[in-house]
Design a protein around this ligand. Sequence first.
Ligand SMILES: [Zn+2]
Length: 178
Amino acid sequence: MSSLPVEHDTQKTSAIGADPYLGATQGAPLDKGLMAVLTLATHFKAEPFDAREIAFGDFAGYGKWKKSEATGVHAEVLIIRAWLALLVNPSGDYQGVPLATAISQLRGRKIQASQPACWCCAKLMKQYGILFPSTAGSKPLAGWRHPLAGKTVPNADIPAKESDITDEWLNKVQSGFK
Ligand SMILES: [Zn+2]
């Protein structure tokens, strides 16, 4: 695996997906230092880009996210949604894959954020087989949005206990908040 080429800005919630690199940050334009380069031709983009450009676009029947509704969209979720969108709907001459195949292709990829992953992102990354630092996170401070859901789950609907955030809960959130 390649090492990350940039320093993290710890003042922001930000994440870098490694190999291929993909940057995401919330609440501000992506810093130059957080820009990430997709190095593999099979990952469809030669130039660095902001994961939000993809995550907030149309995505194969999974709705268009509005930037004005970005509350609860965590950096990890932006990266996951952007990865899935690129695998399902690649640009250029590349062949897209079905969503289930795209999800299976996330297995083994890495996301490293400047803050520990919240309970929801951590459980989702485990479900998808994405690797991330094991530092314990906490319940999201506000809502949380699943990368394949159309709406953000209000904070009050997120369980108070981490052990109640299960695969079943994630599936319910995905289907219940279209
Ligand atoms: Zn999170």
